[in-house]
Every structure is written in structure tokens, then in C-alpha cells.
Design a protein around this ligand. Sequence first.
Ligand code: ACO
Length: 436
Amino acid sequence: MSDAKKKNGRSYIVRETSSGKEFELASRSGTTGPDVIDIRSLFTSHGLFTYDPGYGSTASCESKITYIDGDKGILMYRGYPVEQLAGRSSFIEVAWLLLYGELPTQAQLHEFDRSIRTHTMLNETILRLFNGFHYDAHPMAMVAGVVGSMSAFYHDTTDIHDPRHRDIFAHRIIAKLPTISAAAYKHSLGQPFTYPRNDLNYCSNLLHMFFAVPAEDYHIDPVAAEALDLLFILHADHEQNCSTSTVRMAGSSGANPYSAVAAGIAALWGPAHGGANEAVLKMLEEIGTVANIPKFIAKAKDKDDPFRLMGFGHRVYKNHDPRATIIRETCHKVLARLGRNQPLFDLALQLEEIALKDPYFIEKKLYPNVDFYSGVIYRALGIPKSMFTVMFAIARTVGWVAHWREMITDPEGRIGRPRQLYTGPTRRDYVDVSKR
Ligand code: ACO
């Protein structure tokens, strides 16, 4: 009996219909959520693969970090509902929770905060890398490239088997991502880089590095820093999403963790994933007025038109995305507190209302996702569209690192190596070019 079968004692019978041959597959239970059928011996014992493009029914690993129930709209980090964390915690505390599994004591939180604040500076040579990019390079391209290059600078943290190296890497990358991101922004503006200020908290320092210039004082708006902190909590992790799975996959080969995170950044950039926040804003600007909404809804429903309503739909959430609900409320508060009139937010509210009454969106269970409203807040904070996905990457770095650490120390971990259903030509002989 396998370990897996011992876990819950249940098993499933698979019957090959033409021969009647049967075999048994054990299942395993987690602490909550659906059981999994353990198919690890399927190929070696029965010569079969499973087929699941997009991995919609495949658990690629065992994890203790984040739990999602897409039907009920539940998201929990280490068991704590995200609504509670969003209302009462801070991004730095959530980062500790995701990395180490428990809420920190006061002393642990203080020490972690101190460590993050004192790892914010970059090796000066890294800053010079930005000069190799054209001014109009997309910031995601620059951030992915520069993070990928970090392994060339920080050799002292690339021994993945050394827990201390892993810890320093974790603190270092979380601390330096805002500095790298701000440098990408400053490079695109042609402004001098602004160095970090370690007396500021994580999000205030980020705003300082984005918006301060040497020629004048910059006042950090506490409302903006607070809103950013909340957005970062909501974006910090989301179990085995595309970019996190990419980080796990790249890291599973034993690659250094900076490269694995760079791979995650590249995956996040796609418009079906983290690039959606930028795409939502572009879409809202294109829609322009409430009168145009029906035209865009019709385009989204048209099978012959590739257009999709950006910020709508999710692979897992088929009821509502709890993060979108919190962000929508935050939009109201932030815009009111900043005293901004935001026509794009009104347009987004109208678009949501119209779409949610439409039978197409109802039948396909398409609801606003986390990115539908996040761009509206970023815009109100003065962050340009091209930086939206970078903001997402800063927050998600915490999740990527937590998953990478879990993957590296998983005793069942193996190099990620899926199989395939081959439908190409069968064996054939080479024909000399003169005879083709
Ligand atoms: N607008 C219109 N139709 C949609 C949308 C949308 N936004 N999303 C899904 N559909 C339709 C599809 O056309 C498909 O219809 P069909 O069954 O008639 O073929 C059906 O709903 C299911 O869609 P899939 O693409 O199969 O769903 P999947 O789970 O693979 O994709 C995804 C989820 C990528 C998020 C998709 O809903 C989408 O492209 N949304 C827009 C982009 C977006 O907002 N991405 C951010 C996701 S959240 C995040 O990553 C942070």
C-alpha cells in the first residue's frame, strides 16, 4: 500500500472499457479542498499519461501556503482569510506569514521589517545596467532582465541547499524589487534614480523612489501608501497560478532563485495574467463613455472577435473574486480621500453592472477579477499604466519566494517535467534534398 493511499484510505478504480482491465488509484486528502488522485505510478505501472492542457484538474505539488475555493470566493494565506489580513495586517507582516507560516511576534515583525529596510540598496553596477535599455523599453522587460542579472552580483545567496542563503535571498529580493522597479520607471522618464530611504516603511519608500526628484521636496501621501499596502496584501500570493508555477518549474531544475523569479516576472507580464491590469485601463480608455459599453460587450461575446473584457473571468473563481470586492470598496475610499474625481472608475462600475446582468457573463460565470479595479487605484496614485504590472510583480515576489522555498525543501520534489500526447508524424526516413 502506498503512502498516498494510507493518507485517506480511499481509492478509485479505472476500467479500460474494451478489455475490461481494471486498476486502482489511491487518493490523498489535504486539510481542506478536493481530494487528489495520486497518479504518480500511472505511467510506470500502466503505461498511461493523463491529458490536462492548462492543468485545470492537476495538482502539481503539495502546498501549505495559500488556499482558494473558487466556487465560494474564498482566499486564505496560511489559513487566514484575506479579508481579515486586508483590514488589519500590513504587507510586511503578510510577507512574513507567507514565508514562515505563522503570524510574527512583535519582535519577529520588528526584526523582519528592519532586515527588509536595510537590504533596499542595489549594487551600483546593477543601476548602470539600466543605461543599456532604450528609454521607451517596457518597465516589465527591464525589471525581468535586471532581476535575472542579480545572480551575477549576489553569489553569496545562490546555494539553494543552504537555508541561510535561502533566507538572505528572500529578504534581499523582497527589499530590492521596489528599488529596481523605481529605477526602471526613472529610466523611462529620463530622471535621476532616487535612492531608497530606510527610515520609510515599504510602500512609503516605494512612493519616494518613484516620485521624488533631487530638485525639490516630496511629500508622501499616507493615504496613497496605505492604499498601496492594501493592494500588495491582496496580490501577495495566489497558490499555483501561472507565474508561481513558472517560478516552481524553473527552480525545480536547481536554477538559482533570482533566475526563477525573473522567469516568474516574464510569465506575469502576459495579458491573461498580471498584464491584465494595464489592459483594463487601456480598454476603459478605449471604451471612453457609458454609451459605448454595449458595443464592447457585444465584441467580447462575439466568437469571431478575439477581444475579451479585460479584468473579467478567472480560472479558479467562478462566483466572485474576493480581492476584487475589497479593491472596489477601496477605490471608493481612496478616490474620496484623495479628493479625485475619477471618470474611469464610474465607467468601470457601469461596465461591471451591465456585464453582470448579461446572460453570456452569467452563464460562463465571468466576474470582475483582482485586476479590474486595481489599475483605477494605481492611476489615482499617479502610477502610469506601464508600471501597473510591475506593481503586481513587487507584491507577488513574496508569494514566488514562499513557493520557491517550499518547493526546494519538499522531500517529494522532482524536476518539473510534464509529458505530452504526441500527434506529430510517426517514424519516417530522411529524403535527400535533391529528391524532395
Ligand atoms: N471576456 C469574454 N469572454 C470570456 C472572458 C472575458 N474576459 N473570459 C473568458 N471568456 C469566455 C471564453 O471565451 C470561453 O468561452 P467558450 O466556453 O464559449 O469558449 C469561456 O469564457 C471560458 O474561458 P477560458 O479562456 O476557457 O477560461 P480560462 O480559465 O482558461 O481563462 C482567463 C481564464 C485567462 C482569466 C480568462 O477569463 C481571460 O482571458 N480573462 C481576461 C484577462 C484577465 O482579466 N486576466 C486576469 C486574470 S486574474 C490574474 O491573473 C491576476
